[in-house]
Write a protein that binds this ligand. Sequence first.
Ligand code: ZN
Length: 181
Amino acid sequence: MEYYNELWFSFTFDLLNSYDPYYEEPERLDSPEQLNNLLQKYGVLCDETVALKELTAVRAYRDRLRDLIISGSDEQLGEFLTESELRSPLRPRLNAQGDGNFRYVYNPPDKNTGSLADRILAVCSRTLGRELTLYGRPRLKVCVSDPCREIFSDHSKNGLQRFCSKRCSTRYHVKKHRESQ
Ligand SMILES: [Zn+2]
């Protein structure tokens, strides 16, 4: 497994956005089963069964993280992710590439290392920490097309992405156009 895993990235953002004010019922993680489905969708820690107390812990982490990303300071965000990393059972392996180059790789945390919630949060914190160190805070954005509050990482070349999706961009511009008439 690569140091950076596309599935961990998609999983992390899907989890962050599992509270979605775009819907009448914003809570998309209503039961342990829904969290199980999310794990399965991305093949992250998917051979385990989520218990209610883990769902509660994951939701609390998600809510705090959403708050911090939307309105916290850089320091608060950094501190929160650091605390989460301190509980993380993830350990990097320094992997020889065979050509004299080395790379840190992270394997999914083992079943016997801490609670499932801690392992899930470890994956998210590692992924977000990587986003922040590689791209910086300004690239971690919230969609501006009300009522959507989707969090996304802007990987565009110019860094001017404002919407989480084409859907939201269209919706925003149609609304703007109507208002101007
Ligand atoms: Zn959006």
